[in-house]
Design a protein around this ligand. Structure first.
Ligand SMILES: [Zn+2]
Length: 105
């Protein structure tokens, strides 16, 4: 991932942005929502597995494999979210100007 060309100064007020206060990139809202959907898809399966294992008296070792299968939607969503471009938000502390930039691959 490469940083986009970021302004050295605020376009509104000319406040100089320090290299040391450059914000870190983070996941985009789309990627966060994707991970949340993946986790939400896993929750019912894990609960069903726990209930079935409890009723059948299966030991914890016996449900590790099915639990990993139940976690596949979250793992897949996390993988896809990791492939989406990250975003970086520049914000001026002087005037409140802010701009969001996408990281390029
Ligand atoms: Zn500013």
């Amino acid at each position: 991932m490469q940083y986009p060309k970021l302004p050295a100064e605020c376009p509104e007020c000319g406040h100089h942005f320090s290299e040391y206060t450059r914000p870190r990139s983070r996941m985009s809202l789309k990627a966060v929502l994707l991970v949340l959907v993946g986790v939400m898809l896993c929750v019912p399966w894990v609960l069903i597995l726990a209930g079935v294992a409890n009723m059948a008296g299966v030991q914890a070792r016996g449900v590790i494999g099915p639990t990993l299968l139940a976690l596949l939607p979250a793992l897949g969503a996390g993988f896809v979210a990791g492939c989406l471009p990250r975003v970086l938000r520049m914000k001026c502390v002087n005037c409140g100007w802010q701009q969001t930039y996408k990281m390029s691959k």
